[in-house]
Design a protein around this ligand. Structure first.
Ligand code: 5AD
Ligand code: SF4
Length: 446
């Protein structure tokens, strides 16, 4: 590659999960400490980071087409870095197939992006897909100004090896970030304006660490201590695995006011045979019993889940079991996907791969049921009074949008600022948002 001038502007495009959003923010912070500025809206940057997702579909093909499209106003290509899970899984191939790419950096190595950038400016291409895990966090710059709702990665990687999933290969083995690093980062986030923090991990409930009193604690212990931070109003966590939910975490939902009444707990399927083939280590019944315990601790808990339709060998009758489970739970929201064979995972070579049309039809039926339940949940909250965290301006002047404790979007009129916690009454429910009216303004940071 030819040497080039140092980039003045950057854009980080993150795809996929919230952890990628977090990683994208941290890469942006690193570039900002180098004096590189975010590219103005509508203008292509000198440096583009494609922060990719490998969990489903033809992720790599999408990356190649994105690379093909990138072009600056003067017709030249920007410097391109491919980051995230596609970089981890297919780094060498990307380098071979896409000469426009000068950097490939995996999710555990992106703290080295600035050094790679120096090389790229000199015309050298570089790939870094090492997995040093914790080292990354220590090497990142401090958190800068962020919005009122922030993400904080507490745990990365997964040891569960669900047979359909690529995460254990792209994100590596489970690691927990140390307690003190997390408390420090949370404090910095609050100082930078965060009022809500969502603790992130591929298997967040597996987090464990040693607290400042020298005691071994799990996620509940961490949440309890973070709840003591002044200025922090709300805590959430995602994503959990049913096998790692302990009594303390369940109890925390009933005891810690700042822990929001929302639980994202993927079940994936309703048939025990399918769950076994997925290597999920829970049954439909054990999952439902677990939810009962959470609901006993926090009766107004909103539930969310993930579903896969068309796992290899799934029969019509087995799919019906998923629908029955959905009926029984009454999810407030959920994500549902068609099974997508991931290269290198056990399920990709299982017999009984399901035809696309069958998957389409099952997904449609499942989503109809989930949409029905989401609307019903929203309608069930009409008349409630709750706090909304103002996250952005609405479409019309004087209109604001924020999230209820149950993670619903609510909009209302008034004279507020982003980051305010506003007490509202929920008046009218749609499938994706609620109209609210203001009761009284709480604490304003404006
Ligand atoms: N095909 C379809 N969906 C998948 N997920 C993970 N791997 C696959 C796959 N191969 C879904 C699961 C998981 C969510 C993040 O993505 O439902 O919980
Ligand atoms: Fe993938 Fe989640 Fe299963 Fe881990 S627990 S392998 S991240 S689906």
């Amino acid at each position: 590659m030819k040497p080039t001038t140092a980039p003045r502007t950057y854009r980080v495009k993150s795809f996929g999960c919230q952890m990628n959003v977090y990683d994208g923010e941290r890469m942006a912070e690193m570039l900002a400490t180098r004096g590189i500025k975010p590219a103005p809206e509508g203008e292509e940057a000198d440096l583009v980071v494609l922060n990719t997702c490998h969990i489903r579909e033809k992720a790599a093909e999408k990356v190649y087409s994105d690379i093909g499209r990138l072009q600056k106003a003067d017709g030249t290509k920007p410097l391109i870095a491919v980051a995230g899970c596609v970089a981890q899984a297919e780094g060498e191939e990307i380098m071979a197939r896409a000469p426009a790419v000068s950097m490939v950096v995996g999710p555990q190595a992106y703290h080295r992006l600035p050094e790679m950038l120096d090389k790229a400016v000199q015309g050298e291409r570089a790939t870094d897909t090492d997995m040093p895990a914790i080292a990354k966090f220590a090497a990142l710059p401090e958190r800068r100004k962020i919005g009122p709702a922030a993400f904080l990665t507490v745990q990365e990687g997964c040891d569960k090896f669900c047979t359909y999933c690529v995460v254990p290969y792209t994100r590596g083995a489970e690691i927990s970030r140390p307690y003190s690093d997390l408390v420090t980062e949370a404090r910095k986030l609050v100082e930078a304006g965060a009022r809500e923090i969502t603790l992130l991990g591929q298997n967040v409930s597996a987090w464990s660490g040693e607290n400042d009193r020298g005691h071994r604690v799990g996620l509940a212990g961490l949440i309890r201590d973070l709840a003591d931070l002044d200025g922090l109003a709300r805590i959430r966590y995602t994503t959990s695995h049913p096998a790692d939910m302990d009594d303390e975490l369940i109890a925390a939902h009933g005891e810690i006011d700042k822990l929001m009444p929302f639980l994202h707990l993927p079940v994936q399927a309703g048939s025990d045979r399918v769950l076994r083939a997925m290597n999920r280590s829970h049954t439909a019944e054990s999952y439902l019993k677990l939810l009962d315990r959470f609901r006993a601790a926090r009766p107004d808990l909103a539930l969310s889940g993930d579903f896969i339709v068309g796992f290899p060998g799934e029969t019509d009758a087995e799919f019906e079991e998923t629908l029955r489970l959905v009926d029984e739970v009454g999810y407030a929201q959920a994500f549902s996907f068609k099974y997508s064979p991931r290269p290198g995972t056990p399920a990709a070579s299982m017999d009984g791969q399901i035809a696309k049309e069958v998957m389409d039809e099952r997904l449609q039926r499942l989503q109809a049921a989930l949409n029905r339940d989401q609307l019903a949940f929203n309608q069930g909250t009409v008349g409630r009074t709750c706090e909304v965290l103002v996250e952005r301006k609405g479409k019309h002047p004087g209109q604001w949008l924020g999230k209820t404790p149950w993670l619903q979007s609510a909009w209302f009129d008034g004279d507020y600022a982003i980051g305010d916690l506003v007490e509202v009454e929920l008046l009218e429910a749609g499938p994706n948002s609620l109209r609210a009216s203001v009761r009284e303004s709480a604490l304003s940071l404006a």
